[in-house]
Design a protein around this ligand. Sequence first.
Ligand code: HEM
Length: 409
Amino acid sequence: MDVTDQENLPRGIELTSLSAEFRADPHGVLGRARAQCPVIHDGVLRDYVVLSAELGRKILADRALPTDPRQTAPSSTRRLRGEDLTKAPPLLFADDPDHRRVRGLMRQAFNQERIELVRARVARICHDLIDRIDGEAFDFIEAIARPLPTITIAEMLGVDPAQHENFKLWSDEMVAASLNPLASPQAKAAGAAAAISLNALFAAEIARRQAAGVDGEDLLSQIMRAEDGGDRLSPEEISEQAQLLLIAGNQTTTDLMGTMLRNILSTSGCWDRLVANPDLIPNAVDEAIRFEPPIFTTERIAPEDMDLAGLTVPKGYCIAVMLPSVNHDPALNPAPETFDIERQNIRHFSFGGGRHTCLGAPLARLEGQELLRALTGRMPRLRQADGEAAIVSMSPGFRGLDHLHLIRG
Ligand code: HEM
């Protein structure tokens, strides 16, 4: 295989949901490209795109690779997207020592143990959303997948319930602007305005807690109390982290819920097995996360000229790891194209890897599990509506559904 032979490989929007072929069958497009070459020189929307599990794992685990946009070369596609280089980036794009400091403080408040404490509350939110469904037929995305992650994180943070609607609107606008490489100027302006509104909301929430003594058990109070040798996050940093939790956990979890349910309902006998044996639910959620990762790529930057399977990535150019391709590499999991809720030793990189591994992974899993428990318990005959039940979203960076029409049965 000659990696420099890049003829006929998909690139640019052909590797996003804007392409009808990719939208219909991303694993087919990626599988054919991966068989030809482990890395694509894109140069349109992304610089270099890694397809193989071996390379993907290596890039994500490499702690020497930065993510801070200020480390990108002026001609890298990421720089051309117009990222703000004037201030320190959020945690997701921060490098050490800032990343280590902020992540360490955040993990005191937002970790597996603390997330587990909200399980009963998430179950209650799922049941409340199901209670509100009126009639036999419903759109699962509208009724459950969209509101669930925002209500969950808003309640966890301890945001005033009167602000939940605004919270959802502003976080959607920020996601549309910040995680979309093709965001329009209008979407970017709406995102910037939403960020100002959310900043004001969090400033008020923080001030309210400071005045009352910061002794609450909500996540915002816990983040405010996190401390390492006298070091704490400033109010501005706390607001920034709270917004990151919103952005990082909103669209991603909605998308996971949608594709998870579609894959379960469209795989013969799968729903009935979950109804009969709810102990399979945690494994089913992990398989859904492997099978259809909500985020297509996560990026690292070459700190020097780097060799990638024989292709040279110049210093300051970005290496995007194509997560669905890595997850479906037969070198990572046997029979990767089979959706198997009883699969053993599920391996995937849907939550990224290395020092930036998703902080919210335990919460996303927990929401998926509690949702499936509630739905299998209350709608044992659930099925997809006739016709085109699922409409795949055209958001370029995410794999999700705009609609999933279901029948209660
Ligand atoms: C299915 C749902 C989710 C998926 C697929 C997902 C995926 C990811 C990915 C791919 C990354 C980048 C990792 C890397 O570059 O190596 C990431 C980072 C992150 N995610 Fe998630 N995420 C999900 C849900 C959540 C939730 C619910 C939250 C919080 C409420 C969250 C918070 C974060 C944070 C804070 C980071 C930055 C971590 C760091 O840079 O140190 N995510 N996530």
